[in-house]
Ligand binder design. Structure first.
Ligand code: G3P
Length: 217
């Protein structure tokens, strides 16, 4: 399973890298706009600290513009994977980029059918928006489960990347579905690492040990 963090924040990336758990970094236009730097600066700075792919999303709405941006992103880093929204133009751009051998996949996925088409079109990955589907009253996790079983049935190679995950419980449901990858906001990933109860119990052990000094002396 690949674990990605959905951020432009290099400090967060370095923190999770120190845990040895990070397989790559995803970004989207909202994250980069909030960061304030250019998309190029974000991608190159992230690429310098992560040992894995950096996902960058095209902004153009037309096919030629998407292809042009995707090709440019690829030049910013060898491990860049182009994210293309699941629009009609997006699928056409995907086909052109994939035919040129550029790693690219489909994002902003809200239906199982979009995920099936993405796999048929040889997308490198597909990113269903679990949280936003759930927010819209849909069964986001159920959609992930159906995509996983369809991909398994047909042997599709496209990486199923669960995105827009709101909390650790939603993440766990995606792990239980056997997804290939998840991307998590830094706060959701941080909440995987520690719990208030763990901190409290650990403090209790330290208090019990008291002033007995180092355990290895
Ligand atoms: O990176 C895409 C996706 O993770 C967006 O998440 O939280 O804006 O729905 P969110």
């Amino acid at each position: 399973m690949n674990l990605y963090v959905d951020t432009a924040d290099v400090e967060s990336i370095e923190r999770f890298t120190r845990y040895g758990i990070l397989d790559g970094v995803t970004t989207n236009p909202s994250i980069v706009a909030d960061d304030g730097r250019s998309y190029r600066e974000v991608v190159t700075s992230v690429d310098a600290v992560v040992d894995g792919p950096v996902f960058a999303q095209v902004l153009a709405a037309d096919v030629d513009g998407m292809v042009q941006e995707g090709r440019a992103y690829q030049e910013w880093g060898e491990r860049v994977i182009v994210k293309i929204p699941a629009t009609a133009a997006g699928f056409e751009a995907l086909h052109r980029l994939r035919a040129a051998g550029i790693p690219a996949g489909i994002t902003v996925v809200f239906t199982v059918e979009q995920a099936v088409i993405a796999a048929k079109a040889d997308a490198t990955f597909v990113a269903p928006y679990v949280g936003r589907m759930t927010d819209a009253g849909e069964d986001g996790v159920g959609a992930i489960e159906r995509v996983q079983s369809i991909y398994d049935a047909y042997g599709f190679d496209t990486e199923l990347l669960a995105a827009s995950i709101r909390n650790p419980r939603q993440a766990t449901e995606c792990y239980a579905a056997g997804v290939d990858a998840v991307t998590l906001a830094p706060d959701v990933l941080a909440a995987h690492v520690s719990s208030a109860e763990t901190e409290e119990s650990t403090a209790g052990f330290q208090a019990a040990w008291g002033d007995r000094g180092s355990p290895i002396e």
